[in-house]
Design a protein around this ligand. Structure first.
Ligand code: DGT
Ligand code: CA
Ligand code: CA
Ligand code: ZN
Length: 572
């Protein structure tokens, strides 16, 4: 299936055109990339059936993009892209992932200083060459340097939400082989940590050599580090290592527990075993005579140690083992239990799809309600709505609610921008007409901690504000959270009955797990939203659920697990 690589190349084309200051075309490439990703069939099959004309019916795809797609499928290349790459031979992907460095800046830096890599850029910053360029200054140089440092801290860890599709594909590929009785991803992936160092997959197989031969032929494998009958290590094209281990069937549960971790959780478990005079390792639980007491399943290991089975998302040795011993583990929120999405952008601002398209997709996913929250006017780059346009959108939603009666409820909302002084950019009389108002910070990230905290508190104090969206503003691997006293925000949320959001967009996950846990302890209510800017993003809700589970949240902590009527009476 070549859809993902074609989408990636189209995006790359868009970036190169943006570099050169070409108008409009970059957006078309971006849109086309989305369309190809959203296609639920193999692009080659699609073209066989529908031809080039079919391609041109996809949003964003015109004659020239359609030809490029066909060219790539025929020749394995897009000539224009190859030429652009030759002309500007830089590591675009890495450079543009640095906060504050966009395509146009990459182009300028290459032309002026020959900067091709992140190392070149760092050196130029340290030698103060950037600040001397026209259009740059001391401040922008410092900002770029900060961005580089933050990028490097990520240490090559990849964002969970972005790699889930590939890991799922790999697991089903291995299952389809018929060579394995069990195939389960363990490690941080199973614990749903927000970033992943590498993937650890466990299998049970009678034909381990054959299974390993088959594993290394997975189309996404780019390099084989080592291949053996019990352990094989590869690199995947998405920039992630994956290990496959074949373990004996009678040890499968012990191996799964061991390789799921975390390390600290494992150590505590082993100490428990030792206290009983036993031994616990990746092969099983053994008594004094080295006789195996448990090992086939995880459940029997936990049981023999006197514990309830602990969900992987909780296994961080943060008190879960003590609770499991007393039979007092919380009943975590379940996957698939979110009934409404409360942060959704549309093509009224910077979203890819219309309100109707988002609504149709939400219906497909089984949601009972969806709240349209486009950006507001002071976020000019998104085409943010002013009062007049918001009122127009509300009228449109009234109409659509008639059309979709009995299928889904559409709530009127907005992602209102919090200005520097904590006031909002939309008049209260208009906010009062909305069903659900999320307020968020999109600028002035560098205010002093107490000023930033007061700024957010001022927004929370506005009786029209229901929720604070992505409360800490971080973007994983790109931008740290702004300085803010999160404990004070959580306390103030309790006082003002403001909801705090768990933004489930893969590189946000904001609130993050430890903050969620604090809200749970203080009884502050949360919602899980996708922050969708395209129909493809509505599926991120379960990623938010995974982080809520890591924060020990139960259904009652997350109010969009409620059915529409109950939810609606809470926010009105
Ligand atoms: P990652 O890959 O950095 O995102 O994090 P993990 O948790 O997947 O760590 P990884 O891949 O190094 O190892 C997988 C699991 O194996 C880990 O969660 C627990 C177990 N493990 C690894 N090293 C040790 C160790 O030295 N002691 C114990 N008890 N367990 C270990
Ligand atoms: Ca791992
Ligand atoms: Ca590993
Ligand atoms: Zn947006």
């Amino acid at each position: 299936m070549k859809n993902p690589e074609i989408a990636k190349l189209l995006r790359m084309m868009g970036i190169y055109l943006q570099m050169k200051g070409v108008q409009f075309k970059p957006q078309a490439y971006e849109k086309a990339a989305y369309s190809i990703e959203a296609l639920d069939e193999d692009i080659e099959e699609f073209i066989k059936k529908n031809g080039k004309e079919g391609l041109k019916n996809l949003p964003g795809v015109g004659e020239s993009i359609a030809e490029k797609i066909i060219e790539y499928l025929k020749t394995g290349k897009i000539k224009e892209l190859e030429e652009l790459k030759k002309e500007v031979p830089v590591d675009v992907e890495t450079l543009t992932s640095i906060e504050g460095v966009g395509p146009k800046i990459v182009y300028k830096l290459y032309k002026a200083l020959g900067i091709k890599t992140i190392e070149d850029l760092e050196k130029a910053c340290r030698e103060h060459k950037i600040r001397r360029l026209p259009g740059f200054g001391e401040k922008s140089e410092e900002k770029i340097l900060k961005g580089i440092e933050f990028f490097k801290q990520g240490g090559g860890r990849v964002i969970l939400g972005f790699i889930i599709p590939v890991v799922e594909e790999l697991v089903s590929y291995l299952k389809e082989s018929g060579l394995a009785k069990e195939v389960v991803p363990a490690g941080s992936y199973r614990r749903k940590k927000e970033t992943i160092g590498d993937i650890d997959i466990l299998a049970v197989s009678d034909k381990p050599e054959k299974l390993m031969d088959y594993f290394v032929k997975f189309p996404e494998v780019s390099n084989i580090y080592a291949q053996g009958p019990t352990k094989t290590m590869v690199r995947l094209k998405i920039g992630l290592d994956a290990d496959l281990r074949v373990v004996p069937e009678e040890s499968f549960g012990a191996a799964l527990a061991y390789f799921t971790g975390s390390k600290d959780h494992n150590i505590k478990m082993r100490e428990l075993a030792i206290k009983k005079g036993w031994k616990l390792n990746e092969y099983g639980l053994f008594d004094k005579q080295e006789k195996m007491i448990a090992g086939r399943t995880e459940e029997e290991i936990y049981e023999k140690l006197g514990l309830d089975w602990i969900p992987p998302e909780m296994r961080e040795n943060r008190g879960e083992i003590e609770l499991a011993m007393e039979g007092k583990l919380p009943k975590l929120i379940e996957y698939g239990s979110i009934k409404g999405d409360l942060q959704v952008q549309t093509n009224w601002t910077d979203g890819q799809n219309s309100i109707e398209e988002m609504v149709e997709e939400a219906i497909k996913l089984g949601l009972e309600y969806i709240c349209i929250t486009d950006h507001t006017k002071s976020l000019a780059m998104t085409g943010g709505l002013d009062e007049e346009k918001l009122l127009k959108q509300m009228a449109e939603i009234d109409k659509l609610n008639q059309k979709y009666k009995g299928k889904i409820k559409i709530l009127k909302g907005a992602e209102v921008n919090i200005l520097k002084d904590g006031s909002l950019d939309i008049k209260d009389e208009v906010l009062a007409k909305l069903d659900f108002v999320g307020a968020a910070i999109h600028s002035h990230f560098n205010l002093p901690r107490n000023v930033q905290t007061e700024r957010i508190k001022k927004a929370m104090a506005n009786p029209n504000v229901d929720c604070i969206f992505h409360p800490t503003g971080r973007v994983i691997n790109k931008r740290p959270a702004y300085e803010v006293d999160i404990d004070e925000i959580i306390d103030y949320a309790k006082k003002t009955k403001t909801i705090l959001e768990i933004d489930a967009y893969p590189d946000r996950l904001d609130l993050k797990d430890e903050h969620i846990r604090k809200c749970v302890e203080k009884g502050v209510k949360m919602v899980i939203d996708s922050d969708a800017h395209s129909v493809l993003h509505l599926g991120f809700l379960d990623l938010g659920v995974s982080q809520a589970r890591r924060g020990w949240a139960t259904p009652s902590d997350i109010i969009n697990t409620l059915a529409y009527d109950k939810f609606n009476s809470l926010i009105h």
